[in-house]
Design a protein. Structure first.
Length: 299
């Protein structure tokens, strides 16, 4: 038997596709998956599952901030604590008086609405949440909250602090939730000028201390110092919560719309605890019960 030629021998390894072709195939598959997820949200369940796995890492990243804050509070002088305690007691008494008056006004308003056979305003219950010190994207104004769907958090849920509206929940997970601040460039909120009832929309600018009102004409009755509150339109944010204060009004005769800027009332850059608002579905039942009671008294 003669020696075999090199040309007749089979190669030990099969030749595979070139690296460039692999990259092109991976890019096509990636773009296809992103397009399908954007249109049909097939990966929402996977994203929620991943948020549960990432939650311990977020908490771990936040531990140094919490530890430094606890150390700073423990080193506060006793005299400063006594002074703060005295001021808080005085503020508590003032707030208690205001709350008592508000409760009486709300009760009277409910009775008047019932007499007029009008729908009652939607009350709100709230859930306290903390903000983790995790910056997901330096080019977007987003935060991560320590509450998730386990506590009833839902997409679009309004978020406020003790000064006004902060934003709304964007992507809720089981243990945490991503939230979008009102200053994010992709956020817009319906507002009303508290002084005269003029309705408009405030949009984010990407700056933590500035909103824009791009849909006000030169003849619109707005002034520096006007308070903007939620209008309730759209059904996302309840009406009456402070949003921003107008800081600049510039009118150019050559343009149809004025250049109006506002400063958010909420402490977007250093707030730690927030409130998640829930719509109270029991308000209508309470009004119907009150109407029935008053009807029986009239008989």
């Amino acid at each position: 038997m003669g020696p075999t030629r090199d040309s007749d021998a089979k190669p030990l390894f099969q030749q595979t596709a070139s690296p460039g072709l692999r990259v092109v195939i991976l890019l096509i598959v990636s773009v296809t998956m992103m397009t399908l997820d954007h249109r049909f949200h097939h990966l929402d369940s996977l994203r929620r599952a991943m948020s549960v796995l990432v939650h311990p890492l977020r908490v771990l990243v936040d531990l140094p901030v919490r530890a430094s804050r606890a150390l700073s509070e423990s080193l506060t002088e006793r005299s400063q604590l006594l002074q703060d305690n005295s001021e808080l007691r005085a503020q508590h008494l003032t707030d208690s008086q205001a709350i008592q008056r508000m409760a009486a006004i709300e009760a009277e308003n409910a009775r008047l609405r019932a007499l007029l056979q009008s729908s009652a305003p939607v009350a709100d219950r709230a859930l306290v949440a903390s903000i983790l010190s995790v910056d997901l994207d330096p080019f977007r104004h987003r935060v991560v909250l320590t509450r998730g769907t386990r506590e009833g958090v839902f997409s679009g849920q309004p978020i406020i602090d003790d000064h006004g509206v902060l934003g709304q929940v964007d992507h809720p997970g089981y243990l945490s939730a991503d939230a979008l601040l009102i200053t994010d460039p992709d956020h817009a909120i319906p507002v009303v000028v508290n002084r005269n009832g003029l309705r408009t929309i405030a949009v984010g600018t990407g700056e933590i201390d500035r909103l824009e009102l791009p849909f006000l004409t030169n003849r619109a009755d707005v002034r520096e110092g006007d308070l903007l509150v939620t209008s309730g339109l759209g059904g996302v944010f309840p009406a009456g919560y402070p949003v921003a204060v107008i800081t600049r009004v510039a009118r150019d005769p050559g343009r149809q719309f004025a250049s109006v800027s506002a400063r958010p009332t909420a402490a977007l850059d250093h707030v730690r605890e927030v409130l998640l608002l829930f719509p109270d579905t029991g308000s209508d039942d309470q009004v119907e019960e009150q109407l029935a009671t008053e009807g029986d008294d009239g008989d």
